[in-house]
Ligand binder design. Structure first.
Ligand SMILES: [Zn+2]
Length: 720
């Protein structure tokens, strides 16, 4: 009922026109979501009627917006000059706990620069993340919508193009937009597909770490480098206002701050990472000051989620919804602001995008579900809004293990967690959430359970709105060792085990994934075996165990986990592909064929799948089938080097040099330093009776060999 059910033409018009509405006059009052939905608690409107009413309201609002847009465009010159749009700096601190911030009461002394910024900002002492995972949380920050609406529930989920997106809106309104992110998880070519929309510059370019490679040259970069790149971008002259997003990844594990923070915080390396990140923020702020930009710029700083250190049994983040991972720092300095204001109202990261839009005098799209915080940012207005409720959720345990999803609802004095064994904490006397009162305060728990269910129902986007990765995006994700949400556990009834009963397994799997990522396969394999012993319904563990054995060249051992994965997920093309590869490595080419065939039929748009099937056919002497599959691979991707090379070679073998030449020439164009290409070209020219051409190719092949080139040449795309 939200967004995705708008008439298609309206939505298209929105994307084309509405985003360009600039003048203050063109803004229309947009009723807050909560007010319409009666979520402040006073409404007695029948819920079904309400949802119909909302649909009509939304339709009317769009019609009005459209009409006003047309009017604004037609009478443009007569409008008063648009208010200048201030510059915006958005800083997201990864994995940063609220209780490490000096401006929120920490006495660890880690954050002098953020504390100094806070003295000129609104400080939100009770800000909460909507989901404790990096990519999904940033989707909430940048779209102003809940995870159940944007459907970026996990790393690698595609951010849909119909969603309202802060960078895109700003870009359409004349902003120069730049993103400088700290890791693979926010790289639009890897785990944050769709995030590049609306950015003039998106500085990422991360990749898998090669053998013995430096993680800061591959998977992530230091905050200092992200800031240096951002400042270089800011130095380029432009008449436009800018929107700069800097994401600082350092506090994410592994905790490994650079010197002098490493030595200074030897006993608490996480604190060292936080201190280093603060130091980097200081550099950015100093540069803004030096350029005379600081005062006039809107600066918003927040963490995407916190980090757990075993308080409720969890290490790191993602599974649970307690304060250690959900309570986050949030501060906003509006242009010209000189003084500090502490705001105790409960707010969410979902509120950030609408706040920024309103603060720079731009209309907030109706589809944004957060509320602008401007009304409660004015002095003296805080208390009356402190009754706001905040929703959070996570499906990480569900996706990885088939456990129950979790939802939390922070309201009044309470933290309520919807779980198989539900939890209720009275934060006024139990800030650590140590005493579950759900059974003794059954009536309260019942009320809050009904509220959270109601809220979820009203804020959920249609299932059909879920954006789907194309073959190339899916391959890229798979190459990184991730499974898409679709390929996670098939247990869709969401009534799996209670994560709090199984948290030790999640910690084990986490350790194994870190080992895999660091190429410690020998360490990872036994841990994965242990995970599977305790929790056999864990697709990602089967996948990683198979991959660990493949990397250890224990191919026979890899067959079993992949076989189980295929049995669990017969429709998963990548599971079929992995099993096929393991069977090939153990010499069972005939057995591998049906799995590659299944992979091709599940992912007909994947050049990679066609290519591997062709190899298997070639090896099992099914030449016609092999040639057909090579051709299918080239139909999807004409620039696939090995498919061009091998198809060309097959034609040479069949004494069809005329057919072979175009493929071999294409292969030579793609990798001129491949010895094989020139060798096969020489064969083709010989068959054509062109000895001079043949000699030229042979000479080139010899020259390359003498230079130590490899038979296939240098791979151009390291991610494959
Ligand atoms: Zn994160």
């Amino acid at each position: 009922m939200h967004g995705q059910s708008w008439p298609a033409k309206l939505r298209e018009a929105y994307l084309r026109n509405i985003l360009r509405v600039k003048t203050k006059n063109a803004r229309i009052p947009i009723p807050s979501y909560r007010r319409i939905a009666g979520l402040t608690g006073a409404s007695a409107v029948d819920q079904r009627g309400l949802s119909d009413l909302m649909q009509v309201l939304r339709y009317l609002l769009w019609t009005m917006l459209l009409a006003q847009c047309v009017w604004a465009a037609a009478s443009g010159p007569k409008q008063p000059a648009a208010a200048p749009h201030p510059n915006i700096v958005l800083i997201t601190l990864d994995t940063t706990r609220a209780d490490r911030m000096g401006f929120l009461g920490s006495d660890r002394g880690l954050t002098p620069n953020l504390d100094s910024l806070a003295r000129q900002s609104r400080v939100f002492s009770r800000a909460y993340s909507q989901i404790p995972l990096t990519t999904p949380s940033h989707a909430t920050i940048l779209t102003g919508t809940y995870p159940q609406f944007h459907h970026v529930n996990y790393m690698g989920d595609l951010l849909g193009t119909a969603l309202p997106f802060l960078p895109d809106i700003l870009h359409h309104n004349g902003y120069r937009t730049g993103a400088f992110v700290g890791g693979l998880v926010l790289d639009p070519k890897k785990l944050a597909q769709g995030f590049e929309r609306g950015f003039d510059t998106y500085d990422a370019g991360f990749h898998r770490r090669g053998m013995g490679g430096d993680r800061y040259q591959s998977l992530e970069r230091r905050g200092g480098e992200a800031v240096a790149r951002a400042l270089a971008w800011l130095s380029k002259p432009s008449a436009k206002p800018f929107f700069l997003w800097v994401h600082l990844y350092d506090p994410h594990d592994p905790y490994d701050p650079p010197e002098p923070f490493k030595s200074r915080y030897q006993a608490q390396p996480y604190d060292g990472d936080v201190a280093y990140t603060d130091f980097v923020v200081g550099k950015l702020l100093a540069a803004l000051r030096a350029r005379g930009l600081f005062d006039s710029t809107l600066i918003a700083v927040m963490a995407d989620h916190g980090e757990a250190f075993g308080e409720h049994g969890e290490k790191h983040h993602g599974i649970f919804l307690y304060d250690e991972t959900i309570h986050v720092p949030l501060l906003i300095k509006t242009p010209g602001q000189k003084t500090n204001e502490k705001i105790a109202a409960r707010v969410g990261l979902v509120d950030v995008a609408p706040t920024i839009l309103q603060a720079v005098h731009l209309p907030v799209p109706v589809a944004m579900q957060g509320q602008s915080l401007l009304p409660i940012m004015n002095p003296g207005s805080g208390d009356k809004n402190s009754a706001r409720s905040v929703y959070s959720e996570t499906g990480y345990g569900h996706l990885s293990f088939g456990w129950s999803k979790l939802q939390s609802w922070r309201t009044g004095n309470y933290l309520y967690i919807q779980a198989p064994e539900r939890e209720l904490y009275d934060e006024s006397v139990d800030s650590a959430a140590a005493h579950n009162r759900a059974s003794e305060s059954k009536a309260v728990a019942d009320t809050l359970a009904a509220q959270v269910a109601d809220f979820f129902r009203k804020t959920t986007g249609g299932a059909s709105a879920r954006a789907v990765l194309d073959a190339e995006q899916a391959e890229s994700l798979h190459a990184l060792g991730y499974m898409t949400s679709d390929s996670g556990t098939s247990n869709e009834n969401e009534t799996g085990a209670d994560p709090k009963q199984r948290i030790a397994i999640a910690n084990l799997l986490y350790d194994a994934l870190v080992d895999m990522e660091s190429e410690r396969y020998e360490e990872a394999a036994p841990i994965l075996e242990q995970v599977l012993q305790q929790e056999p319904n864990t697709p990602i563990a089967f996948l990683q165990l198979g991959r660990a054995y493949m990397s250890l060249k224990e191919y026979q051992k890899a067959v079993m986990p992949f076989m189980t994965l295929v049995k669990e997920k017969p429709d998963d093309a990548f599971a079929r592909y992995e099993l096929g590869c393991a069977l090939v490595k153990t010499g069972n080419w005939e057995e591998a064929a049906p799995h590659f065939e299944a992979a091709v039929s599940q992912m007909p748009s994947s050049a990679m799948m066609h290519f591997y099937l062709a190899l298997v056919y070639e090896r099992t002497s099914r030449m016609d089938d092999a040639m057909k599959e090579f051709q299918s691979a080239l139909h999807v991707n004409p620039n696939n080097f090995p498919a061009n090379l091998l198809l060309g070679r097959m034609f040479v073998i069949q004494q069809k040099p005329t057919e072979a030449l175009p493929y071999l020439r294409k292969a030579a164009e793609l990798r001129p330093d491949s010895i094989d290409v020139h060798g096969f070209l020489a064969d083709a020219f010989t068959q054509l009776g062109e000895p001079e051409n043949a000699q030229r190719e042979l000479t080139e092949a010899d020259r390359l060999r003498s230079q130590g080139a490899s038979r296939l040449g240098t791979p151009t795309d390291e991610s494959r």
